[in-house]
Write a protein that binds this ligand. Structure first.
Ligand code: ADP
Ligand code: MG
Length: 502
């Protein structure tokens, strides 16, 4: 595996005088990321290989574009598992990208030679989320801070004042420890002697040792007590001002980024779904995912506390088999219904969940019968009762309350299911209920405030599907229309995976 271990000490960055100009003009972004992909390939089993199956990939980062401007803080937010750390580490080339380009100050990071990479490492550093695992417990904090200086043979020449290089480094470490709010006489202590907040200060001092220009802050305060978080955020803000740093600030919690970020990019399942100035993201979010994240932010006033807090139910789907079309559609509270359907979202969601479970072979009719039988254990009279069967599913998927043609279709599907024909039941539902959101992947559009959501792409999205053709025109999830991004994993319905155990 070429990937760096999480928590591996990272030699970073360069002294200010080492800031040689790359090819980038001053008004160009310092970091420019285009089409970044990072797929992890799980070890394929012997059986997989015998059967000639393709190894499955985890699409942790799946086509990310980002610009980080000089001196700004760009926030990257999203739930755990959305690919934020992978994106941060891949753009620093701590992990090798599957695809895409990263330019740092005009230089192509992916194409750097060893020598160029060494220079890049001095200019771009990282602070890891977990200050407990990211510091080597066997090293003193002084040695941790100067490790990068030693690796980069810094200073290049013996100091003019007669100190040895070693003494110079030790003095530099003492200075950095003080700068991050620790005291110089703690230099020979070990990480376990420090609190979480103090350790994160050590991690920050390490990242600053080589005087970088750019630092990826990977959830630098998530592991810390709330009272300590503000202190560390303040420190990071002060350091940014003092040293002219550019930050990529990763967080899963929107409330943390509000005061520290100039712009925010919201990430979901390996993709950026919305990006814009921080105020715009907070005051007029466009993507339902961003809105849901904002709903989850704790609120101060009682009035506001009354707002919906369960906006984001369920887990992030597995990046091994992301939903077709818009990745968020399986959890989205505003899924677009086909022209023939107009029912409350909860009801539509219930039908879609039923269909999704059938398509992913999440359950079989037989398992429903078994559940019913187990409820009647010991009852010799028990017979398979279609009425009870259907009622169980209506309960499970909240299908009560449907009316008219919609109800007829769902009842048809339930009847087909009673007879054990899961695939056919799924087909029936697919024919009637396919959402535009699952057919086509939305594209990130907009200049300063960009969003990728069909609700905001009226101009781009062609909704003139003939109601008669809805369903058949798409031929299921496989038949993504032209313009949908190529997915090299093929058709989700033809290659069902087992239930995810994440
Ligand atoms: P985040 O930082 O947003 O929580 P990560 O970048 O850590 O997300 O992970 C993104 C996805 O990639 C997750 O589904 C995670 O399980 C998966 N993943 C992360 N690291 C590896 C790895 N080394 N091998 C396989 N899958 C991984
Ligand atoms: Mg992470």
């Amino acid at each position: 595996m070429t990937d760096a271990d999480d928590g591996a000490p990272v030699e970073t960055v360069g002294r200010r005088e080492a800031r040689s100009g790359g090819g980038g003009a001053p008004d160009e972004p310092l970091v420019r990321v285009r089409g970044l992909r990072k797929y992890y390939y799980e070890d394929d089993s012997l059986l997989d290989r015998l059967l000639g199956r393709e190894p499955t990939s985890v699409k942790a980062v799946d086509g990310v574009d980002l610009d980080v401007r000089r001196g700004e803080t760009l926030g990257v937010v999203g739930e755990s598992g959305c690919g934020k750390s992978t994106a941060g580490e891949t753009l620093l080339r701590l992990r090798e990208a599957t695809d895409g380009t990263v330019e740092f100050d005009g230089e192509d990071v992916m194409a750097m030679s060893d020598e160029e990479l060494t220079r890049f490492r001095r200019r771009a550093g990282i602070v890891f989320q977990d200050p407990f695992s990211s510091l080597d417990p066997r090293m003193t904090v002084g040695d941790i801070v100067i490790e990068g200086l030693a690796i980069h043979d810094e200073p290049a020449d013996p100091p003019a004042d007669g100190r040895s290089k070693r003494e110079w480094r030790r003095d530099r470490a003492a200075e950095l420890l003080e700068r991050v709010g620790l005291s110089a006489d703690q230099i020979d202590r070990y990480p376990h002697e420090f609190s979480g907040g103090q350790r994160q200060r050590v991690g920050i001092a390490r990242a600053l040792a080589l005087d970088p220009e750019f630092v990826v802050l990977d959830e630098p305060v998530s592991a810390l007590d709330v009272s300590v978080q503000a202190q560390i955020l303040n420190l990071l803000g002060d350091l940014q001002e003092e040293f002219g740093l550019t930050y990529l600030f990763i967080a899963h919690d929107l409330s943390v980024v509000r005061h520290i970020c100039d712009r925010v990019a919201v990430m979901y399942l390996g993709e950026i779904v919305e990006s814009g100035p921080t105020d715009a993201i907070f005051e007029s979010p466009k993507h339902p995912y961003t809105e849901a994240l904002l709903e989850a932010v704790p609120r101060a006033s009682v009035e506001e506390q009354g707002r919906r807090v369960d906006a984001l139910s369920g887990d992030v789907p597995s990046p091994r088999d992301p939903p077709s079309g818009c990745h968020f559609r399986t959890r989205c509270p505003e899924v677009i219904q086909p022209p023939t359907i107009d029912i409350p979202q909860e009801q539509y969601r219930g039908v879609m969940d039923l269909r999704d479970r059938l398509e992913r072979e999440g359950f079989s009719a037989e398992s429903v019968w078994e559940t019913l039988a187990s409820e009647h254990a010991g009852d010799d009279e028990f017979e398979r009762d279609p009425v009870a069967f259907k009622e169980t599913l209506r309960e499970e998927f909240d299908l009560h309350g449907l009316t008219g043609a919609t109800m007829d279709t769902v009842e048809d599907a339930l009847e087909i299911l009673v007879n054990g024909r899961e695939g056919e039941a799924a087909d029936r539902l697919r024919d009637a209920f396919t959402s535009p959101c699952e057919e086509e992947e939305p594209i990130l559009t907009g200049e300063t405030h960009a969003v990728s959501c069909h609700l905001h792409a009226d101009e781009d999205y062609d909704v003139d599907l003939d109601p008669e053709d809805v369903g058949t025109a798409m031929g299921g999830m496989a038949g993504m229309p032209d313009g949908a991004r190529n997915s090299d994993e093929g058709d989700g319905s033809a290659a069902p995976t087992g239930p995810e155990d994440r």
